[in-house]
Design a protein around this ligand. Sequence first.
Ligand code: SF4
Length: 500
Amino acid sequence: MTLTPRTYLVKTLGCQMNVHDSEHMAGLLEEAGYTKAPAGDDVADIVVINTCAVRENAATKLYGNLGQLASIKRERPGMQIAVGGCLAQKDRGEIVTKAPWVDVVFGTHNIDVLPAMLDRARHNARAEVEIEETLQVFPSTLPSRRDSLAAGWVSISVGCNNTCTFCIVPSLRGKERDRRPGEILAEVEALVAQGAVEVTLLGQNVNSYGVEFGDRGAFAKLLRACGDIEGLERVRFTSPHPAAFTDDVIEAMAATPNVMPTLHMPLQSGSDRILRAMRRSYRSEKFLGILDRVRAAMPDAAITTDIIVGFPGETEEDFQETMRVVEAARFTSAFTFQYSPRPGTPAFDLEPLPKDVVQERFERLLALQERITLEDSQALVGRTVELLVLDGGGRKDDGTARLSGREPGNRLVHFTVPDGAEEPRPGDIVTVAVTHGAPHHLIADSGIAGGTYAVRRTRAGDAWEHAHTDGHSHGDSCGTGGAPAGGPVSLGLPTLRVGR
Ligand code: SF4
């Protein structure tokens, strides 16, 4: 009698690092014999919640999710719930105390134990909590189930050596650990061999990559080395840190054709006084100077940022400094946040500003950035762009019948396939001209007016087609080209145990 494999679902809260960790959690579960729950299902035999601890509402989101799952679990014997990520690393056993229907709690340093802990909890019929203080296994050596065939995340380091006073990350992800360049390039080559045409290099602070093995120029060298990888069309990275951002990185970006002209550079505040209080070791002049040099080397660079409004002690003058820098920086877009005190951070005990003051400033900043973002979009009308067609490239909506892709600046572009023209597959490259600039996306309908429209089939498109035809069906997420259908990808790198 063939047993129906148990299904799993990974819910991800938080940043790209969590998105990437979730791909490894999914890969581990598939290697252990579980199958991904069908797209659209929001329950499964195993539900893993990969948590974030950065924002105040992070805990609310987790316990809200767990509350909903409690009643479902009562109706579904054998269902197991696991909680991982930064809030698990921080709250540990407290999660089981608050939500005793949780079966497994694991941390940011020991993702690899997830399948074994699920088995143990099932066998012992009790909750299992296992948190490590330091990294046990480099997540990138673990199997992964990627959400996209065409594009992949490659982490180059974990942890952070900085001590920004609002940030909980260093205490939850530890000091920076750097992977060896050879390992990173091997993983990039393995992803390209599976059909990926784009990779994003991932680290809490990619500019200080190499600090652990004493090579300050390691990140620029890594970017240049990615330029030599056959078939790799697009390289992106996140997140750099202004304090450690050096000119060799700008030169490497400008000199390496497949490194995309995009930069996500967290400003956090435009006020030097507040930057000092945040323990961000740069000032607004240096920040703007970097942007000037980036734009001198890459005039089309698309620069985005993170900004916190309402840090304790922020005066109207400080806020005006943020507005001045934002006006001067002309960011393509910005992630803007209201300051959120986090237990365990150096700034936690500082007197917070009144909520209405923060809200009012937040709205002024949003209005300014929205204006700049729209002007940036409108300035691209008429520009011919190459788009990497997105997974789930299904129609944006029935009304418009447009597909979607991302241009080199990582802006989202919706485009129309002219009647009778070749329809691209997810992962293919389409050349179109921008016909309309909207606040948070571009429209490129050049093809329907007999204008620019061309499709270049890529290996990523081939891999997608392979994964979605011949009876292969991988639901909404792409299988892993080259790997057994639906199987996780083991990159053949020996499991690296750190610190034992
Ligand atoms: S650089 Fe600062 S904000 Fe970023 S992860 Fe490190 S401590 Fe947190």
